[in-house]
Design a protein around this ligand. Structure first.
Ligand SMILES: [Zn+2]
Ligand SMILES: [Zn+2]
Length: 354
């Protein structure tokens, strides 16, 4: 059985990478396909075909035996074997349920590029989000203190804002997909005293700010509660990211949730209009179910975020949607079901009365 393939080698390699990332394959397995796509992208179709026929694809930097086979098939108009297998085995639903809420989501407020600890360039994240039908994606690379994740200094973040403008301009010039916008954001570390790890001036230039605890997760409950409340009361904080910090599975092992007075923290979230993130990453499943119930009862807003570190992980949103549905979170309480204008309005830090 050989079906035809009309979309060329780059699309075939990108689709393979997407499906691998979505099925949580190790990054190193995926990188080969993304690197090969980048190597082929600037070449003309004729040149790729000539190389396929001459057997010289592997001379291209980043192209190996398996990626050369994919390219050769695609350029000859055949569905590459590797792709056909992945479409058969990995393209189905990731989880039962969540489809209704997923259809209501217009975007994603938490994602990383290779500027911090993500695996792909900004434009690849944006393209993939667009292909998934998002109206917006907020790019939220890490803040300076998180050096293990290559957090962005003020200078690098300033530079990134210019790149986001350029990507948006480029997407608009490509035409067609009118309506998609890459939004400016940050996943800013919540410092020990509850302060945010970036200057107010820079935070004010962003569209959306996710604030998360990444250090001293084992702090005493009282100090942790004070720390988190200070962060969610900050008018610049829009979303409280993965609030317990727990890890329920995955290559980094498991980690207990941090201890804090969840009722007090969520009351502060409700009072200040800060959304409680339902982090969709399967290894996080954060907050735990009973805390989703509590936040719901206390009147909190929510955001369902992929926290993706690779394009294929943008599809993880469905995991969060399934959990939100299970806990009966109404769509209107989830800020990323809102139209972009309403979202941006909510996220603008002018609420000094709060
Ligand atoms: Zn985080
Ligand atoms: Zn993150």
């Amino acid at each position: 059985m050989s079906e035809t393939w009309d979309d060329g080698p780059v699309a075939a390699l990108r689709r393979i990478a997407f499906l691998l990332e979505r099925s949580r394959a190790d990054t190193y397995k995926v990188q080969a396909f993304r690197k090969a796509a980048a190597a082929v992208l600037p070449l003309s179709e004729d040149e790729v075909r000539a190389r396929a026929e001459a057997g010289t694809l592997k001379e291209l930097p980043g192209v190996g035996a398996s990626t050369a086979a994919v390219i050769a098939d695609a350029v000859a108009g055949r569905v590459p074997e590797r792709l056909a297998k992945l479409e058969r085995e990995e393209a189905g639903p990731l989880v039962d349920g969540g489809t209704e809420l997923r259809a209501a989501l217009r975007g994603d407020l938490h994602s990383h590029s290779d500027w911090s600890d993500g695996g792909s360039p900004i434009e690849e994240m944006a393209f993939t989000a667009m292909e998934l039908g998002h109206e917006y994606l907020v790019l939220t690379d890490h803040s300076p203190r998180l050096t293990v994740a290559n957090g962005l200094s003020a200078a690098r973040l300033t530079k990134q804002l210019g790149v986001v403008d350029a990507v948006n301009q480029h997407l608009r010039q490509q035409g067609g997909e009118e309506g998609f916008t890459l939004l400016k954001g940050i996943e800013v570390d919540i410092l020990d005293d509850g302060g945010l790890d970036q200057s107010e001036e820079l935070l004010d230039r962003l569209d959306v700010r996710v604030a998360s605890v990444h250090s001293k997760l084992k702090m005493e409950p009282e100090a942790m509660t004070r720390r988190m409340i200070a962060a969610v009361r900050n008018p610049r904080t829009n979303v409280l990211g993965h609030c317990t910090g727990r890890m329920v599975m995955g290559s980094r092992g498991t980690r207990d949730q941090s201890r804090f007075d969840a009722r007090a923290v969520f009351e502060a979230c409700a009072e200040h209009g800060t959304a409680v993130e339902i982090n969709a990453r399967p290894e996080r499943r954060d907050p735990p179910g009973e805390l989703i119930d509590l936040a719901l009862e206390l009147g909190c807003l929510f955001s369902i975020d992929s926290d993706s570190h690779a394009p294929g992980q943008l599809d993880f949103l469905i995991y969060g949607c399934a959990r939100a549905e299970e806990h009966h979170v109404p769509a209107d309480r989830i800020v990323n079901t809102w139209p972009r204008e309403r979202l941006l309005d909510w996220a603008t830090p002018t609420r000094s009365d709060h």
